[in-house]
Write a protein that binds this ligand. Structure first.
Ligand SMILES: *Cc1c(COP(=O)(O)O)cnc(C)c1O
Length: 385
């Protein structure tokens, strides 16, 4: 079965057993009633795959989790109420006082905040490594290292990690490689073929795809599933079935949307590259990106999120530029159908972007790219005056 066919079918009931709605219904539940004690006790052994108690998951949540796990080639997935909840639960499943955690320096800001505050206070030694470290990460692995955490590309500066190289080091030490795969989704980066053990998605972004629900998904290998599932159970997370329904609905059109996001983003990025006000465009799909060859080797496409550096470091002027755009909304998140602009200030220890100037991040949506370019052109022209 090819990917587009899979996307149309995964997590759906089959009509062979009787008439069913195309989409699985939203099952809302706390209490689930059983015919007798024996059936109730038996369901306790399968509580994360069958309906037993609302917090352990509903058929709507299982349908989404199974669909994403199968699409990405993982063993099983867990849904959580946000992408950040998926990240914190996964890190807490491994972090203990006295352990050591290797984290890429281009990691999502809130992930870094969790590491720098709570995890360090817990006694976890968090070490940030330069994203382009590749197999040299071996020199940083210690006996107490419990996991390597990647985000490729980082969602503010867009360096790629060499995931297969890092994965083989992780495997050699018997520790999991965790990767935040939100930018690429299961479609554009096949995590488990590349050696990832745990793939994390902010489903909030492209999977939901319409900016109207929060959702996290952790896709695990067979070896890591029990550890993560157990911790999520201990923490008591419960994810709304309505939001799982929206995510599964979003998933059906994700391949099509990503195709257009990529085409539009490429057109806008290539146009920006030619502008005198712009010193660099940080989009792995561009030939000028330092990790373009790696992207071509490991990815099946690019999504619609990238950044560029404006030569100007006049912050007030850059703010006026962002404020003046008509079609790029100002707001957190990305992955919906609409275009967005933000001005990130990523914290870094290693090789931050070299150029100076001001970093601008765009999410290129499904609007007509010529309108988006005209919008940016008006803004840049005003900026250079
Ligand atoms: C948005 C985002 C998250 C967090 O997702 P939420 O659903 O907003 O909690 C995690 N990782 C990356 C790369 C993101 O962009």
């Amino acid at each position: 079965m090819k990917t587009d066919t899979k996307i149309a079918r995964l997590g759906r009931p089959h009509a062979k057993d009787g008439p069913v709605s195309v989409n699985p219904p939203v099952v809302r539940a706390s209490t689930v009633l059983f015919p007798d004690m024996e059936t109730y006790d038996a369901a306790g052994k399968e509580k994360y795959t069958t309906l037993r108690y609302g917090r352990h998951g509903t058929p709507t949540a299982f349908a989404l989790a199974d669909a994403v796990a199968e699409l990405e080639g993982g063993y099983r997935a867990i849904v959580l109420p946000s992408g950040l909840a998926a990240i914190s639960a996964t890190l807490l499943a491994y972090a203990r006082p006295g352990t050591h955690l290797l984290v890429t320096d281009n990691v999502y800001g809130p992930t870094r905040n969790l590491c720098d505050s709570y995890l360090r206070e817990l006694g976890v030694d968090v070490e940030y490594f330069p994203p382009r470290i590749g197999a040299d990460i071996a020199a940083r692995v210690r006996p107490e290292t419990v996991a390597i955490y990647c985000e490729s590309p980082g969602s503010a500066t867009f360096e790629l990690e060499d995931i297969p190289a890092i994965a083989s080091v992780a495997a050699g030490h018997g520790i999991p490689l965790i990767n935040d795969n939100t930018w690429a989704t299961p479609l554009l980066f096949p995590s488990f073929e590349r050696g990832v053990d745990i793939s994390i998605h902010a489903g909030t972004k492209y999977i939901v795809g319409h900016s109207d629900a929060m959702l996290g998904i952790v896709v695990c290998s067979e070896a890591t599933w029990g550890t993560v599932r157990n911790l999520v159970g201990l923490l008591g997370y419960s994810t709304s079935s309505d939001d799982c329904y929206l995510a599964l609905r979003g998933l059906r059109t994700m391949a099509l949307r990503l195709e257009r996001h990529q085409a539009n983003a490429l057109k806008v990025a290539r146009w920006l590259e030619q502008r005198p006000e712009v010193t660099a465009v940080h989009y792995p799909a561009l030939e000028s990106h330092p990790d373009h060859a790696l992207w071509k080797r490991d990815f099946r496409g690019a999504s619609g999120l990238f950044a560029f550096t404006l030569a100007s470091d006049d912050h007030a002027a850059v703010v006026r530029f962002a404020d003046g755009l008509r079609y790029f909304g100002i707001g957190s998140s990305w992955g919906g159908f609409e275009s967005l602009v933000t001005l990130p200030h990523p914290k870094r220890e290693h090789d931050a972007l070299p150029e100076g100037g001001s970093l601008v991040r765009l999410h290129v949506g499904l609007e007509d790219p010529d309108d988006l370019i005209a919008d940016l052109e008006a803004g840049l022209t005003a900026l250079s005056k």
